[in-house]
Design a protein around this ligand. Sequence first.
Ligand SMILES: [Zn+2]
Length: 120
Amino acid sequence: MKIDPDLTLQILEKVGIYSNRFSILEPKILFVTKDVLNMPREMTEGCRTSAYKYYGVSYLQHNLVFINIRKIPDEKTLENTIVHELIHMRFPYLAHGKRFNKLVRQGLGGKTFLPYKKRK
Ligand SMILES: [Zn+2]
């Protein structure tokens, strides 16, 4: 998709809405790979120069998310990517898989989640 101020604002609004529903602190959002590379190295460790390959990347430790607008083909994929990354934030222990995908579907469907509590 083409980056423009309207679209980035729309994305930030969606991130705000879903962050509320998922009871997470609203992450900082990066929109272009250049922003990823401009972040301190320790914040984007593990996925810097490879970030361009993905629709989205979550940097869980730093509450930071990259939404790769230029790579995302359409609105539906965009919404999916936003929810996918925010589900990572809410369920940091969960790897990709059936359960993860189910949570993404529920999130897209408007489900709310209570705050994440670390188990002792
Ligand atoms: Zn993921």
